[in-house]
Every structure is written in structure tokens, then in C-alpha cells.
Design a protein around this ligand. Sequence first.
Ligand code: TXA
Ligand code: MG
Length: 331
Amino acid sequence: MTLYGSIREEILYAAGVLRGGGLVAFPTETVYGLGADAANERAVANIFTAKGRPADHPLIVHLAAADEIERWARDIPDSAWKLAERFWPGPLTLILKRAPGVLDAVTGGQDTIGLRVPDHPVALALLKAFGGGIAAPSANRFGRVSPTSAAHVIAEFGDAVDCVIDGGSCKVGLESTILDLSGEYPRVLRPGAVMPNVLTRVLGELLTVSAGGGPRAPGCLASHYAPDTPLQLIDATEIEAAAQSFLNFGQSVAVLSMHPPATNEVGCRWLMMPADPKEYGQVLYALLREIDTWDCHCALVELPPAKMEWEAVRDRLKRAAGGRQAERGCA
Ligand code: TXA
Ligand code: MG
């Protein structure tokens, strides 16, 4: 796709900001990223400062094309090339052994590196115009909900970012699948839009799924992706009664459910969520931000089915709920 007019000029300007060591927030198909030149130590350090992120949490380096892998990784297994060919550009991050010369600041001092080619015309145009790797975490402050629009990024950072490119709403809406290929067996560290069954088909071997365990991925911390409003996950059959009992105690409640309420008089904000997992993932983060503006005592969320296609949504919901429970000392 060719980008014309002012967006093209914005991209050229943003590439210049990156070359000068600045921070550029840009759209990807998953969420907005907060980017810096991955080869510039000072610029990468600025990402950590802006996000308030601990320095030992590694960043994903975004590339314009798979043939740039070798600049960043070594001992690249065949499986990485196969997966890159099948899923890039796309919402899959590969963890590989890092190449010599890659900054410690990018990898959090680890011997591995996360790489991905994003599937968004603006991100790809920026990468091409810049001509190098862009280190970019999600463009939110540490532990907060990832942004899926330029307005979210501006709400998070204001002037702390040199440039925000508005590429509209992200079509996936949840962060990429992270697949670790640096060990003996491939391991999914974070579920996302690329699901284990399709990875298995390409890899020709079964996968270990260990999302939630690894201290190496802050996206795997229980307190990640948390909105301000305390969030509780509840079965569909119990959600209305639960909402009612909060209301009986004079507390305001928001409900996110895939089903309408049985009665018309529930007395709380009832948000109908999409019954399709892709559509749900696309809107989830924007809705979590919106709920925060309602100032409710809590939000009750219907737990989606325990099926593979819902895994990424369930993972983010559990973390969003887990964060608050941990803060309140319940988990
Ligand atoms: O969809 C995405 O992946 C978005 C867009 C902007 O590309 N990025 C994103 O970045 O979600 P971030 O930093 O918010 O989450 C990346 C996750 C973190 O949990 C990080 O620890 C993990 O990837 N990660 C990065 N490098 C790693 C490595 N070498 N080993 C293990 N985990 C790694
Ligand atoms: Mg993040």
C-alpha cells in the first residue's frame, strides 16, 4: 500500500525524530508502540523513563522485513524462517538468541531478543523510511492498559513523546503472540492472535504454553494491563445477581457481558460485548479505558469460554482483574 499526502510527510518527519534519538508513538495492527532507534542507547533509555518501566524488562525490536533478522539474532533455527515467512508481517513476536552488538538496554541484559514485523502500512512505512530496527513496547505507562488509538497514547503521555502518528484504531487490539524459539522447545510466552494450533501446523511439533509464568516477560506479570476500576471475572449465569448485590450495597457497577440482562431494571451500566473473540479483542482495551471514566465502584466481566480462540482475551482479562486483586491483597 502506498501512503500519500500528509501521512507520508508525517512518516518522514517521524523517521527524522527517530534518527535524532527521539520517541515516536506509531500504530501497529496489535496496539500502538512507543518507538526509539534500537541501536541508540540513550533513545532506548528514554523509552524506559517515559513508561516508568523497570530496566530489566526487554523490548521487542520491530523490523521492516524478515531478511533483517540476521542483524539482530544469531543461531537462527529453520523454524524461525518458516514462521516469519508464514506470519510476518503479523502479530507474532519471535524470541531468538541475540546477535553480538545488540544493546543490553534493548534485551534487558538477556541473551535473547524479541523480533517482529508489524502488519500495518504506517508502521511498515516508518520502518522503511527510518531504515533500522525500532525498539517499541506498547505505548502505555508501565502496568496500564495498552493503547489502541492515538488518543489513548496522548492521554497516557501528553508531551513526553516527541511525535504520535495517528493511524486509526488497531485492527487486532491485543498484543502479539510471543513465541520463544531460543530454548530446546518452542514455548508460547504470551497468547495472541496467532494461535498455538496454527503455529503447531507450521512448526510440525507441539508447543508448550507457559504464559503467566515467565518473569522474563512483564506482559506475563499478574498486575499487567490493569484499568483503574477494580474488575471481577464472573460466570455468565451469576453476573446479574452479582451486579444486584453490589447495587444493594449502594455501589455503582459496570457489567461487560456477551448476553443481555434478564430484566430491564438492572440499574447498572450494562455493556454488550461482542460474541466473536476477534471483535472482542479489538474493542476490549478501549472499553476498559472508557469504564475508568465512569467512576464505578467496580466492573463485572463475564468470563469468555475456555476455548483456544478466546485464550488471548481471557489472558488479558485475568491480568486486568488480577492486578487489582493483588493490590487489594486478595491474590
Ligand atoms: O503487539 C505487540 O507485541 C506490541 C506492539 C507495539 O508490537 N508490543 C508490545 O510490547 O506488546 P511490550 O513491551 O509491551 O510487550 C512485549 C513483551 C514484554 O512482556 C517483554 O518482556 C517480552 O515481550 N519480551 C521482549 N523481549 C523478550 C525476550 N528477549 N525474552 C522474553 N520476553 C521478551
Ligand atoms: Mg506492554
